[in-house]
Write a protein that binds this ligand. Structure first.
Ligand code: SF4
Length: 443
């Protein structure tokens, strides 16, 4: 913003999952549409917004930390407006005003589209609490208000019907509601026309996409339509999957359509049946293994990543070792590990949080170390081959290199003249680490 710019400004930070990132882009679009200009620091802004996450305690602590620091700002500039949006606004509405009385707006997951109007209402000196349930979202999005030029997330459904005992999402996001396939296609085409070459479809349990629509829509049909009707796209991905809905048709679609990523994020959370039952995940270890087997029958080179929760209430050493053995058996490409922390309002909140913090830390470390070695071993086998890489931009650690991913979501670094961002480059792989591959472009 220039010093002569008289428009009001806003600062927006998003936390949490990719769906939050899309929703925060939608919020940015609404604010810009209402004449606000975005700035990089809360200290220069007339309106400070946090798009929050409730999935982990750590994310909430971060927000309260940020709010603590803004107290001074509010004392110095009482006219500034501070807003909390998203999942935490939905689940902690009363606590936020109590703990941080300098907050002006609390806007839940179903009202974020109205952000500009709500900010105006708050500007008249009123405190705003907008967390009503049952307001249907339009998904209408200013596609230019996004953070990445060549890649975009597209939300295809909201909510979750699963009620895993540790998870707050069904309470903050409500039940599953799918968007129409035509609506998704329209947004994808507009993004493609604006320069996007890679899209990732988003849903909490994306494999159930369309089941609530009663028009025969399914995830695999949606993927095929995008593949066939939007030819300019180079890569199509989707997250997050749930093992109970891995259909043969979906596996065949991944196998048959070359621009669909051969990578699935398929959270398992635990390898112990006892823990899985208490988590209410809806599958046993054996059922999970069979889902993976079905997928690999059709897509033998499918790359799988997963989530683990360590230290879930009642998780014994024997339960944990079941997770360790499943990690080995499946041979994942990547693992995300979370140390359990109880979320207010979930069923697991009533279970005693009985695994000591140091033990959670140790289990976390064990899985991460094993995964690092397994990923490293996988990557070493690829040396000497060629990766077809969609370039994302400059490497963050080495200015002389470019970075991108292949269809299996593997990170590849390489040097090259010009700016290949947004294009596909064949890279001859000369080496690897436990987290990425590197090489030189094939000439
Ligand atoms: S499937 Fe389970 S973990 Fe995933 S969003 Fe739904 S309730 Fe949460």
């Amino acid at each position: 913003m220039t010093s002569r710019d008289t428009r009001k400004s806003f600062f927006l930070e998003d936390m949490g999952c990719q769906m939050n990132r899309v929703d925060s882009e939608l919020v940015a679009g609404r604010m810009q549409g209402a004449g606000y200009v975005r700035v990089e620091s809360p200290h220069e802004a007339d309106v400070v917004l946090y798009y929050t996450c409730s999935v982990r305690e750590h994310a909430e602590d971060k927000v309260f930390g940020r709010l603590g620091r803004l107290k001074r700002l509010k004392e110095e500039r009482p006219g500034a407006r501070i807003g909390i949006m998203g999942c935490m606004a939905q689940s902690q509405k009363d606590r936020i005003f109590k703990r941080a009385p300098h907050v002006d707006l609390v806007v839940g997951t179903s009202r974020f589209e109205d952000v500009a109007e709500l900010v105006e209402e708050a500007s008249e000196g009123r405190r705003i609490l907008a967390v009503e349930d049952g307001v249907e979202l339009s998904y209408d999005r200013d596609i230019t208000a996004r953070t990445r030029k060549h890649a975009a997330f597209v939300t295809v459904m909201r909510g979750c019907n699963k009620f895993c005992s540790f998870c707050i999402v069904p309470f903050t996001q409500g039940r599953e509601r799918s968007r129409t396939a035509d609506g998704v296609l329209d947004e994808v085409k507009r993004l493609r026309d604006d320069g996007v070459v890679e899209i990732t479809l988003l849903g909490q349990r994306i494999d159930t996409y369309g089941l609530d629509l009663d028009d025969g829509s399914t995830l695999h049909k949606l993927l095929v339509r995008i593949h066939e009707e939007v030819p300019g796209l180079l890569r199509i991905g989707f997250v997050t999957s749930h093992p109970n809905h891995m259909t043969t048709e979906l596996a065949r679609t991944i196998a048959d359509y070359p621009r669909i990523n051969r990578y699935l994020h398929l959270p398992v959370q635990s390898g112990s049946d006892r823990v899985l039952r208490r988590m209410n995940r809806g599958y046993s270890r054996d059922e999970y293994l069979r889902a993976v087997e079905r997928l690999r029958t059709h897509v033998p080179d499918l790359a799988l990543a997963t989530d683990w929760i360590v230290g879930f209430p009642g998780e014994t050493e024997a339960d944990f070792l079941e997770s360790v053995s499943l990690l080995r058996e499946i041979d994942y490409q990547g693992s995300f590990v979370f140390k359990y922390s109880p979320r207010p309002g979930t069923r697991a909140e009533d279970f005693p949080d009985d695994v000591p913090r140091e033990e959670k830390e140790r289990r976390n470390h064990v899985i991460l170390e094993m995964q690092r070695h397994m990923t490293g071993a996988r990557y070493r086998k690829l040396e000497g081959g060629v990766a077809n890489v969609l370039v994302e931009g400059r490497s963050k650690t080495d200015d002389d290199k470019w970075t991108g991913r292949d269809r299996w979501n593997r990170i590849v670094h390489f040097p090259m003249g010009g700016d290949p961002t947004g294009t596909l480059v064949d890279v001859a792989l000369t080496g690897s680490t436990n987290t990425y591959l590197f090489g030189t472009p094939v000439v």
